[in-house]
Ligand binder design. Structure first.
Ligand code: SF4
Length: 305
């Protein structure tokens, strides 16, 4: 006899093993029909970021990151993944940003140092220069991760760079092209790759609060296997206890993401499955307040700011 939590874990593992890790039907259909030569390319730049989003992208399991990069999308440049560097890399980036290299989507990881441009420079220009150029020439912009989508850690209270999200940067400039947020610290690789495939093969996915509804249409709380504990007021009193983690500061009620059904690490686990409260890494409030710790050891530690 297995309980619901064990059943979900088993189902997620089997899905990953058989290569059907929660692919939404439109994306699965697009994958079959893809002709890489006919799709817009992807140029991926990083601003104020820790590169964790890019590391996460490489953890894609089904399809693998290599397949997504080479067969199902056309990654023209990524600072960590591309073989070229230095002047050749800068020339390639500028060729795309000038519009000479054909249609492309622009992916941004990281925040923008709005009041201290010198805090993030690529080659001979501040990061914001590249955002401006891409804003004029790209078919659309995907903000990868919470720093690019909501500000995240670089925009935390007291930061000296005046960091803002790339999304806010474009919004303040009246950007009128598709602007798609994929929050998460880091984002799940499926969220990013499947959005890219949807974008280049089908078009703009349905958005809710700027993010694809496919992945961010529901609060974690609503799909959480501990929701019945929440309803019955069975709360964990300290880390490691069974029960709903709300009194340890779980931000599942405030965070929209499909973690409870998608799971992480190739379908092996996810935060709440390992007894860790959701820290709201995909929510706009993530890491913004100094007095808002990611984890609380007991229910008596201050929970909400
Ligand atoms: Fe909601 Fe978090 Fe409790 Fe799950 S553990 S029911 S997400 S408060």
């Amino acid at each position: 006899m297995i309980d619901r939590r064990q059943f979900l874990k088993l189902a997620a593992s089997l899905s990953a093993a058989f290569g059907v890790a929660n692919l939404p039907e439109p994306v699965a259909a697009a994958l079959k029909k893809i002709d890489p030569a006919s799709v817009p390319k992807l140029v991926y730049l990083q601003g104020l970021s820790c590169t964790g989003c890019s590391v996460s992208l490489l953890q894609a399991k089904s399809p693998s990151a290599a397949t997504m990069i080479t067969d199902y999308s056309q990654l023209a440049f990524h600072a960590d993944l591309s073989a070229i560097s230095g002047k050749k890399a800068l020339d390639l980036i500028k060729k795309f940003l000038s519009g000479e290299a054909g249609p492309y989507f622009f992916a941004v990881e990281g925040a923008v140092p709005a009041t201290m441009p010198e805090a993030c420079v690529i080659g001979d220009h501040p990061f914001s220069w590249y955002l401006d150029q891409a804003g004029a020439s790209a078919a659309g912009v995907v903000t990868v991760g919470t720093c690019a989508s909501h500000g995240g850690i670089p925009a935390a209270e007291g930061n000296p760079t005046g960091a803002i999200s790339a999304r806010d940067y474009y919004t303040h400039k009246g950007f009128a092209k598709p602007l798609i947020a994929i929050p998460g610290c880091p984002p799940h690789p499926d969220w990013v790759w499947q959005t890219v495939v949807h974008l280049v093969k089908i078009g703009l996915p349905e958005l809710v609060d700027g993010a694809p509804k496919l992945f961010f249409g529901r609060k974690i709380h609503d799909g959480c296997p501990r929701y019945h504990d929440f309803q019955q007021e069975i709360f964990a009193k300290k880390l490691g206890d069974p029960g709903c983690l709300f009194k340890l500061g779980c931000l599942g009620p405030d965070t929209a993401a499909d973690c409870p059904s998608r799971w992480w690490n190739g379908g092996q686990t996810w935060c709440i499955d390992t007894n860790a409260p959701c820290i709201g890494c995909a929510s706009p409030i993530f890491a913004r307040k100094k007095n808002f710790p990611f984890y609380r050891l007991t229910e008596h530690q201050k929970v909400r700011g």
